[in-house]
Design a protein around this ligand. Structure first.
Ligand SMILES: NC(=O)c1ccc[n+]([C@@H]2O[C@H](COP(=O)([O-])OP(=O)(O)OC[C@H]3O[C@@H](n4cnc5c(N)ncnc54)[C@H](OP(=O)(O)O)[C@@H]3O)[C@@H](O)[C@H]2O)c1
Length: 176
């Protein structure tokens, strides 16, 4: 199972602008195009409940969306397309592997990304850095114990204003 984490951030590492959930207000068209391509390349998209409620993705055949929430019973599932779960990241990955899935795109918020990283489940990371600074907003990670080394694979400027797309591999993965 290959798991890729993707997110867009301000130069100072915020994934939201203040309390506003809509990242498209400040992220670039070029980042959106990059994300859409990644999404199309993956069989499974994993997000957190707040992101789900912001984006409200339309269920589609051939793509499984998994939403992490402590209250999955509040939501209506679409078999094979939309699931709400309250399980460990490792438990989810094991289940998806058994079901035959080969790749996962993780596009969640701070707690969810941190829990996958802390469990050693992420293989690589795409981060788009938008040329903005926010005094407040959600940080990319809230897991205090994280200490992970990355190796830069590529770095690309996406537009004139200077959105930068960096692609990293995770160097030290726990066994899985
Ligand atoms: N810039 C970006 O690339 C990017 C990417 C993703 C999201 N966002 C934005 O960031 C905001 C959400 O970020 P956030 O940092 O608040 O998200 P978060 O810390 O990951 O958590 C949001 C919610 O997801 C559920 N959740 C997360 N981890 C869970 C776990 N391990 N087990 C069970 N439930 C879990 C919980 O829902 P319940 O309260 O239902 O239990 C939690 O309240 C959204 O507004 C979204 O638009 C930005």
């Amino acid at each position: 199972m290959h798991i890729t984490l993707a997110y867009v951030a301000s130069v100072n590492g915020k994934i939201t602008k203040g309390d506003s959930p809509d990242v498209h207000v400040w992220s670039s068209t070029e980042d959106r195009e990059h994300f859409d391509k990644l999404r199309d390349e993956h069989d499974v998209i994993v997000i957190d409940r707040k992101t789900y409620e912001t984006v409200r993705p339309t269920p589609e055949a051939g793509k499984l969306r998994v939403v992490f929430t402590s209250t999955p019973e509040r939501f209506k599932e679409v078999p094979g397309q939309l699931e709400f779960v309250n399980e460990s990241p490792a438990g989810l990955v094991e289940r998806l592997s058994k079901e035959g899935f080969k790749n996962v795109l993780l596009a969640g918020g701070a707690r969810l990304s941190g829990s996958f990283l802390a469990a050693g489940l992420i293989d690589d990371i795409y981060v788009s850095i938008e040329p903005v600074l926010f005094g407040s907003g959600r940080p990319m990670i809230t897991e205090p114990s994280l200490d992970i080394s990355l190796q830069l694979q590529s770095l690309k400027q996406l537009n004139e204003k200077g959105t930068v797309l960096a692609y990293y591999k995770i160097l030290k993965l726990k066994s899985r």
